[in-house]
Design a protein around this ligand. Structure first.
Ligand code: SF4
Length: 713
């Protein structure tokens, strides 16, 4: 299904004489945000569904298998449709009124006894912009806690941090997707977009047909590396060193763009000095990539007239993620390949609203519009928009995993989780689970009883993508409007309604008197006005008419900006900042006890922790358990047969999965997907070490041992 236009699942077009309903929506999963129409055919004894892709600029009328089956989880029989309270270790349904009374009582008690910051809020990158914005306001105004962060911290935080430092601004793609067709050389680092964002694949295959040279850097062979002209099967976690090797050859061969460097950047001299001290044979040793291949990449990219670089979780989810991404941005800057057609950078965001979710205050250090919570002017502006005294606005909190450490230490004793499943998505998941058990009060807002939900004291049922309206910002920075065309089941509320109702019972109603998502969006527009992610000129009407608008869009007659940095960068001096990046390899080392590297990732049919996709029969049918990808020679060495149960162990914990022998992976590395919980949760194994700049965990490399076992229990 790579690149083919999906015309709808015609097998569902049964002879029919019942009722027909149409729901216009967009996919709830990845950051492309493909548009679609779901048609429901209902007769007296059955319902059938047809999914029809709808043309839009990003997906160009394509849908992948996840989008085609997204509705199945919405219809799942185990959806929660009433608040559930845990009584004697069992959940019992209660009314919304009672649920709100309990929340008021528990939150108030914690605030009175332990202070406001004993409460924490944990959000998600799949929430709409309106809800991500409202959640930030809810934490700071309704609960008055500094502790809010979200699962996007695990997604593209390193790329965000690198782009902020290099360009002064973070938008996933610096160019529209259509410019990929104009790039002569494309470097893909640590991305398996053919499985994670499948409808993007045709952009790259068409560029290749046009003559582009595609280089893919990944420890595994994947559907995406199959697209490349050259695949560098790198040792996990050594991308920064590889970029140093490429940069050194570019500089030594005088392939730099001196005019661009002089007029548009700062810091090049430091980089040149640093590269002079680097030996290519040392880079070969560190990365496992031959000098010849490094040279091939450098000459191809350096000599190309146009070029783009895309990074994703493989390079970003490392404890040097920010610096590794910066080194690939250095490559663009020294060759002058940014700010013009077919030249730019892209972080291929994973979550549906990974981009918008990181712009409007869901992060510990952030206020709406990419404002800083530590900047006095920014604080004062937002305090005015929110009509509060700036002195009551809390300061900076801590990142998502650090929040879990505070839970463990007993500093945070009440937690509110919305749109996230931290028990499965956090690294060192056993530690996280132990911490959550210590909480005095855990509220989880979800459609299903997720692994985190099972631990909650109170669960609040929320609506699905078909039922909940709001804007989403795709990986390009294009804001789209997802209309709600289906009613939620009785007893279910939207996330934004839940936040407003809790704020009301906490006595903060006047700050949360919203009656619709559009109402919230209109406040978000004003709050973002003048910030780097300026949405002021974007309205629901304009989104309906246009099908999507790029930010920044500062006024209602502005058409938004697809290509950034044509004339200047967003830093204070208007220049992009080049920085030397050391060949440090701080990732966990293998040893006799833990002799292999583990890397993790996604597969085509599942999304994040699988709470939704595992409930879709079509998606789950032949992918209903996790697996370990292992090279046949490594398997032989460890006495592991194909399809056998294997226990993976690290210094933190273990997981049990079935083996899958393949030549597609390096002999020193094994791969396990991230979509399962309990004893298949690979994050019980991964390391809690964080990148110091972005606080993203180093999910993508740690040291493990593997043991064949007879019984998975
Ligand atoms: Fe499109 Fe991504 Fe959904 Fe697939 S998962 S249909 S690529 S938005």
């Amino acid at each position: 299904m790579l690149g083919k236009k999906y015309k709808g699942n015609k097998q569902n077009k049964i002879p029919f004489n019942g009722t027909k309903k149409e729901y216009h929506t967009q996919c709830p999963f990845c950051s492309v945000q493909c548009k679609m129409k779901l048609v429901e055919y209902e007769t007296s004894d059955q319902k059938k569904y047809e999914v029809i892709p709808v043309n839009n600029p990003a997906s160009e009328g394509r849908l992948c298998i996840k989008g085609r089956n997204a509705h199945q989880h919405v219809m799942a029989k185990d959806r929660i449709t009433q608040p559930l309270l845990k009584v004697n270790h069992k959940f019992v349904p209660i009314s919304w009124e009672k649920a709100l009374t309990i929340i008021k009582s528990e939150f108030t008690k914690i605030k009175q006894e332990e202070g406001n910051h004993a409460l924490g809020v944990y959000g998600g990158g799949s929430l709409t912009n309106e809800e991500a914005y409202l959640l930030g306001k809810f934490a700071r105004v309704a609960l008055q806690t500094k502790h809010i962060d979200y699962n996007g911290r695990f997604c593209m935080a390193a790329a965000s941090s690198a782009a902020q430092k290099a360009f002064g601004m973070d938008r996933g793609l610096t160019n529209g997707l259509n410019e990929i067709l104009h790039a002569d050389c494309i470097i893909l680092v640590g991305t398996n977009l053919a499985e994670c964002q499948p409808t993007l694949t045709p952009y790259f295959s068409k560029a290749k047909q046009r003559g582009a040279f595609i280089i893919n850097i990944d420890p595994r062979e994947t559907e995406t590396t199959a697209l490349a002209n050259l695949h560098l099967k790198i040792k996990p976690g050594t991308d920064a060193a590889l970029a140093n090797g490429i940069l050194k050859i570019i500089v030594d061969h005088e392939l730099v763009n001196h005019q661009f460097i002089q007029e548009r950047t700062s810091g090049y001299e430091f980089l040149r000095e640093h590269l002079a001290s680097i030996q290519l044979d040392q880079i070969e040793d560190i990365t496992g990539i031959s000098i010849d291949q490094i040279k091939q990449v450098a000459l191809k990219f350096g000599k190309a007239q146009t070029g783009m670089i895309f990074t994703a979780r493989g390079v970003e989810q490392q404890i040097d993620g920010t610096q590794a991404v910066r080194n690939f941005i250095n490559l663009l800057l020294v060759t002058g390949k940014i700010g013009r057609n077919g030249c730019g950078y892209g972080a291929i965001t994973g979550q549906g609203n990974g981009q918008g979710g990181r712009e409007h205050g869901q992060k510990a250090d952030q206020l709406p519009g990419f404002r800083s919570i530590e900047n006095p002017e920014h604080r004062s502006y937002i305090a005015k928009v929110w009509n509060i005294d700036e002195k009551t606005l809390p300061g900076k909190g801590v990142s998502a995993y650090e929040m879990m450490e505070k839970v463990h230490q007993g500093e945070i004793t009440g937690l509110f989780v919305m749109g996230s499943n931290p028990v499965v998505s956090n690294p060192n998941a056993n530690f996280v689970e132990e911490g959550l058990k210590k909480l005095k009060f855990l509220v989880v807002v979800d459609m299903f009883l997720s692994e985190t939900g099972r631990m909650a004291d109170l669960i609040l049922p929320t609506s699905s993508y078909l039922e909940n309206e709001g804007t989403m910002t795709n990986l390009e920075g294009r804001v789209t409007l997802r209309r709600a065309t289906k009613n939620p089941p009785r007893g279910v509320k939207h996330d934004w309604e839940i936040l407003c109702e809790i704020a009301r019972v906490l006595g903060k109603e006047k700050f949360f008197s919203f009656t619709s998502p559009e109402d919230i969006f209109n406040e978000l527009r004003v709050a973002s006005r003048g910030g780097k992610a300026d949405y002021y000129g974007i309205t629901y009407d304009r989104l309906t008419q246009s099908g999507g608008l790029y930010w920044p869009c500062p006024s209602i007659d502005d058409s938004g900006k697809a290509r950034l940095f044509e004339e200047s960068f967003a830093s204070i001096d208007g220049k992009a900042h080049i920085t030397p990046v050391l060949n440090e390899d701080k990732k966990e080392k293998t040893s006799d006890e833990f002799p292999l590297y583990l890397t993790t990732g996604r597969i085509l049919k599942h999304y994040l922790t699988g709470v939704q996709t595992r409930r879709s029969p079509q998606l789950n049918s032949d992918n209903n358990e996790s697996f370990l990808e292992i090279h046949p020679q490594t398997a032989e060495e460890f006495h592991i047969k194909d399809g056998a149960w294997v226990k993976l162990e690290s210094r933190r914990g273990s997981a049990t999965v079935r083996s899958k022998l393949t030549n597609r992976i390096r002999k020193d590395t094994v791969f396990v997907p991230i979509h399962w919980g309990d004893n298949q949760s690979i994050n019980r194994v991964t390391s809690q070490a964080l990148d110091p700049y972005s606080k993203i965990p180093g999910f993508k490399s740690c040291a493990v041992n593997i043991i064949p076992i007879d019984d998975p229990m």
